[in-house]
Ligand binder design. Structure first.
Ligand SMILES: Cc1cc2nc3c(=O)[nH]c(=O)nc-3n(C[C@H](O)[C@H](O)[C@H](O)COP(=O)(O)OP(=O)(O)OC[C@H]3O[C@@H](n4cnc5c(N)ncnc54)[C@H](O)[C@@H]3O)c2cc1C
Length: 394
């Protein structure tokens, strides 16, 4: 089968690329094919925290994420050992938490409703670009395309085929889902986090206490829901920036944090998945093949990647539609376009911030950052980390 654009992976970055392409170049709609190895609704390990930028991009595509089951976190708390700064938006939620099986399925249905073809249960094995196009080898035969988009996530085959020697920066991530309240002693029922739980609007908590122990990241604790039941999603993120130093096993600080709130990690299923994070020096395309989403890299500070994935789709769609107009597929300008976009600017700022806040791992610095320099941290976050979604060109 010959298509103009084959997108490998039907997660947020692949679906966003297709949705943006149909918006800016509607005549291409039936020339796009998404190949997805799973079947929707498929599981994806992810805490599902959506920041406002994700919602802004979806709104500009005419999509309302409130159609997806969600829990609103009224505030985001950035702590060191239980104390720190709080960000909230008066009269609104700060982070909206979805489950990825539901969110991705919803987004895929929107794409199909707009005429985009998605083939599920098909695994791409190899990508071979040549002068005239790209051959995509799958477990169900070969496909040909003018252009291939690698939207296949942190471990994707596309990058491994077309950029086999590019460096890999991956974070270690563990996640656990628990009921809203601990089975045992309600040690935490009186804590501020749980005093909010009745109304269904709860806080999202990030705690950077593992950094002095050379875990260059944080633990999280989000409200979530599964089949309408209030639950909590816990996890730990480590950029691996301090991997040359002695570190405790990754689950240890997570177990400590959960125990502080009356939960025993051993009572629940622990799952892990790496996140590739963005490095500005990494290549993002070869002739006829470009990468989006985690295949390029998520935000290094938090491993936040859903809004980024949606943003990558907007940038890539513009690059693809112009390259088809020019009939020129080198993608030599894709990196420049990405770096200059609002997405590229926030990714660069986040990469820079990551190189400061984690290697300066000392307890006193972390206390200074999260507890004392609050107004400065909030200002930097406001300017460089947040509010990029509305500046992205669609
Ligand atoms: C534990 C954890 C918690 C996280 N929490 C958050 C959070 O709270 N908020 C946030 O913003 N981000 C979070 N992230 C990051 C977020 O999940 C990713 O950044 C995001 O999913 C990237 O989207 P993507 O479309 O690029 O890739 P993915 O969502 O990984 O999608 C890739 C798709 O490609 C398909 N695929 C892969 N290989 C092939 C193949 N060979 N053939 C065909 N299809 C293929 C996969 O099945 C998948 O559907 C978290 C990540 C982890 C691991």
């Amino acid at each position: 089968m010959e298509k103009d654009v084959i997108i490998i992976g039907g997660g947020p970055s692949g679906l966003s690329t297709a949705l943006h392409l149909t918006k800016i170049a509607p005549h291409l709609t039936n020339r796009i094919l998404i190949l997805e190895k799973e079947h929707y609704p498929r599981l994806k390990l992810c805490a599902g925290g959506l920041v406002a930028d994700a919602e802004v991009i979806l709104q500009r595509l005419g999509l309302d994420v409130r159609e997806v089951p969600h829990v609103d976190a009224s505030a985001a708390h950035f702590d060191f050992a239980g104390k720190g700064l709080k960000i909230s938006v008066p009269g609104s939620h700060t982070i909206r938490v979805i489950r990825r099986n539901e969110f991705d399925h919803w987004l895929a249905k929107k794409a199909v409703n707009r005429g985009i073809e998605i083939k599920e249960d098909i695994t791409v094995k190899k990508i071979i670009p040549d002068e005239n196009g790209v051959t995509v080898e799958t477990d169900q035969g070969n496909f040909r395309a003018q252009i291939v988009v690698g939207a296949d996530g942190s471990n994707g085959i596309t990058r491994r085929c077309v950029l086999p020697n590019s460096p890999v920066y991956t974070a270690r991530v563990l996640e656990v889902i628990t009921p809203n309240h601990p089975h045992r002693l309600a040690a935490r029922d009186t804590s501020p986090k749980f005093s909010e739980s009745g109304g269904g609007r709860e806080g999202a908590y990030f705690d950077f206490f593992p950094v002095p122990d050379n875990i260059a990241g944080y633990t999280w604790d989000f409200p979530t829901q599964i089949n309408g039941q209030p639950m909590r999603c816990w996890g730990i993120y480590d950029t691996n920036l301090l991997s040359d130093q002695n570190r405790p096993p990754l689950k240890k600080p997570l177990a400590e944090e959960m125990a502080r709130h009356g939960f025993s990690l051993d009572d629940y299923e622990l799952k892990g998945h790496p996140i590739r994070w963005y490095d500005p020096f990494n290549p993002v395309s070869v002739p006829r093949v470009l990468l989006v989403g985690d295949a390029v890299g998520a935000d290094p500070i938090f491993g936040e990647g859903i809004s980024m994935a949606l943003g990558y789709g907007a940038v890539a769609a513009r690059e693809i539609s112009e390259s088809i107009q020019r009939n020129e597929f080198s993608f030599s300008g894709y990196k420049r376009r990405l770096v200059r976009s609002a997405l590229g600017q926030t990714l660069f700022a986040r990469w820079l911030i990551t190189q400061i806040i984690y290697p300066l791992k000392w307890r006193w610095f972390q206390i200074l950052l999260w507890r004392i320099l609050k107004p400065i941290v909030i200002l930097v976050a406001w300017i460089f980390v947040l509010n990029w979604g509305k500046r992205i060109k669609i």
